[in-house]
Design a protein around this ligand. Structure first.
Ligand SMILES: CC(=O)SCCNC(=O)CCNC(=O)[C@H](O)C(C)(C)COP(=O)(O)OP(=O)(O)OC[C@H]1O[C@@H](n2cnc3c(N)ncnc32)[C@H](O)[C@@H]1OP(=O)(O)O
Ligand SMILES: CC(=O)C(=O)O
Length: 526
């Protein structure tokens, strides 16, 4: 059986996504990650189209790729010319990659309207360019642009493009759903028909405009294509390309294809997130397989079954793609949810039905007031610890705090000043903090008051702050929920506070954040 090529186009088609802009260094880093995942091919960009892509191919020669072969992407030669004299084709050779992927027209209206040439000349462009590149020692893949729409309009011509490319020496002809409008049954029919009529080795390249890019890619492979293109996290023009990790996971874990070594697929979640860091696009939590929520369970009924056997509410083992099961605590939790969450946090709560029932009730009561524990694991862990140990973990005793804000003048911005009085390490501290707003001032004052007793707090940094008005019908009287995320440079945690006053809500979240952070660093109350 022919092995299926796994062909990644994150660096070319993925980079066509709105708002995604990669430097040469970013592209090199992503290429190294893709190689670690074990993909067969990395399409690096279009040499000659812009200086960045040209530079990428120059520097990519220094990459020590263990698995992947690099592909340079570009178009067939210009109409009316010859491939050997075409500067764009020469730029593809100058990229010095083992593989060149050519985009070619296969839709008659595109040939006539976009390329403004004859159908015969388009075939000549395909033939000449493929032959020239093969003659120069390159493996050539041909992306037949708008293939499916073109096949519907004029199947004979679309087929002729496939035959011409294959006869000229293209190893693979990838059928592209460029406008992303196809549905799986259409893809199945067309791929099957083209395979029968041409005998060419076919590939598939899908866009997600109908939400079917992954399904269409899987359908094409099941219909006989043996080369699949996609991008990490489904990046790409408009609604994106087929998400390569989802396609590969589906083919490998559900249909038995042997595409990536299992130990590499088990890095998929890490890779997806590492690439999100580079693209600076927040990972999509509900992404299949690798999203943070892909195996997160909120409903109590689910948890009660998962406790017995995780397979009962999971379509696959999350570890196969490097993910893990999580239990969410909320007002939809039951005793089993708390027991499972406790297990995640290192507490064995089995056989403690009264404690479990008490925690369920506390959570439900607090959620009614606006708390949302599934977004603030650290606040839940402190609550659970309190219920289990029967005591409040306290690193400092607050005596009072207050904050004042001067009115803003045109000549000088508003200034806030907070005063915090507390006892820590057996000593009373009174500290004043200034800030550009009340939240900032409170943060400074609390840190200053604790600096002597807990120098570890110096490393804690606020990295996210979210405010939500809970009962908006009351306008400025509304209850407010503040969620904050804090980092110590190695890990991060989320805490929350709910109060009528936004600064008070922040204060609750901040105290919990410092308490949790110190606890996790193994610091004893002083
Ligand atoms: C379906 C896809 O996503 S394919 C990938 C598309 N990616 C990109 O377009 C990103 C990179 N592109 C670019 O930087 C530029 O468009 C370039 C450098 C390639 C070309 O720029 P320009 O020379 O200024 O041309 P422009 O972008 O206006 O038009 C594209 C030209 O390529 C021609 N062309 C389009 N497809 C093909 C093809 N398969 N084979 C040969 N020529 C083609 C068009 O007819 C047009 O020709 P014209 O200049 O005679 O009108
Ligand atoms: C080649 C390509 O990116 C497309 O047809 O969508």
């Amino acid at each position: 059986m022919t092995t299926v090529h796994v062909y990644d186009t994150t660096l070319r088609d993925g980079a066509q996504q709105e708002g995604l802009n990669l430097s040469v260094t970013d592209k090199l880093a992503i290429a190294a990650h893709l190689d670690e995942l074990g993909v067969g091919y990395i399409e690096g960009g279009w040499p000659g189209a812009n200086p960045k892509d040209t530079e990428f191919f120059r520097r990519a020669r220094e990459l020590d790729l263990q698995h992947a072969r690099l592909a340079a992407f570009g178009a067939t030669r210009r109409a009316g010319g010859v491939a050997a004299d075409d500067p764009q084709v020469q730029a593809l050779l100058d990229a010095r990659t083992p593989v060149v992927t050519l985009v070619a027209k296969s839709h008659v209206r595109h040939v006539e309207l976009a390329l403004r040439t004859t159908l015969e000349e388009n075939l000549a462009m395909v033939r000449d360019t493929v032959q020239h590149l093969v003659g120069e020692g390159r493996t050539v893949f041909l992306d037949a642009e708008h293939f499916f729409d073109g096949y519907v309009l004029d199947p004979a011509y679309a087929l002729e493009v496939v035959r011409t490319a294959a006869e000229a020496g293209a190893e693979v002809v990838a059928l592209c759903d460029t406008n992303g409008g196809m549905l799986p049954p259409q893809v199945t029919d067309v791929v099957g028909a083209v395979l029968d009529a041409s005998g060419a080795r076919l590939g598939i390249h899908c866009h997600n405009d109908t939400g079917c890019a992954v399904a269409n890619s899987v359908a094409a492979i099941e219909a006989g294509a043996t080369h699949v293109q996609g991008t990490i996290n489904g990046y790409g023009e408009r609604t994106g390309n087929a998400d390569l990790v989802t396609v590969v996971s589906n083919l490998q874990l559900k249909l038995g294809y042997d595409l990536l070594p299992p130990e590499r697929l088990a890095h998929a979640m890490h890779l997806s997130h590492a690439i999100s860091e580079i693209t600076n696009i927040v990972p999509y939590g509900r992404q299949p397989y690798v999203g943070a929520s892909a195996f997160a369970h909120k409903a109590g009924l689910h948890a009660s079954a998962l406790k017995v056997d995780p397979d009962l509410y999971q379509h696959t083992d999350p570890a196969l793609v490097g993910n893990s099961m999580r239990t969410l605590v909320s007002d939809m939790a039951g005793r089993a949810s708390i027991e499972l969450k406790g297990r995640e946090l290192g507490y064995d709560l089995a056989g403690q039905p009264e404690l479990l029932a008490r925690v369920v009730k506390t959570v439900k009561d607090l959620e009614l007031q606006g708390w949302t524990f599934d977004a603030a694991d650290a606040s839940f862990e402190l609550l659970l610890r309190r219920e289990v140990t029967g005591e409040e973990l306290s690193y400092f005793d607050i005596e009072s705090w207050r904050v004042l804000t001067d009115s803003a003048l045109e000549s000088s911005p508003a200034l806030s000043e907070a005063t915090v009085k507390l006892t820590a390490a057996g000593e009373r501290h009174v500290a004043v903090g200034e800030g550009n707003g009340p939240v900032n001032a409170v943060d400074h004052a609390l840190r200053r008051a604790l600096a002597g007793a807990y120098p570890e707090l110096d490393k804690f940094e606020l990295i996210d702050f979210r405010v939500r008005i809970l009962d908006s019908a009351y306008g400025t009287d509304a209850t407010t929920r503040v969620l904050i995320e804090t980092s110590n440079g190695q890990s991060s945690w989320e805490t929350m506070g709910v109060a009528a006053n936004i600064v008070h809500a922040y204060w609750i979240a901040l105290v919990d954040s410092f308490t949790f952070g110190l606890l996790k660093q193994g610091i004893e109350p002083r």
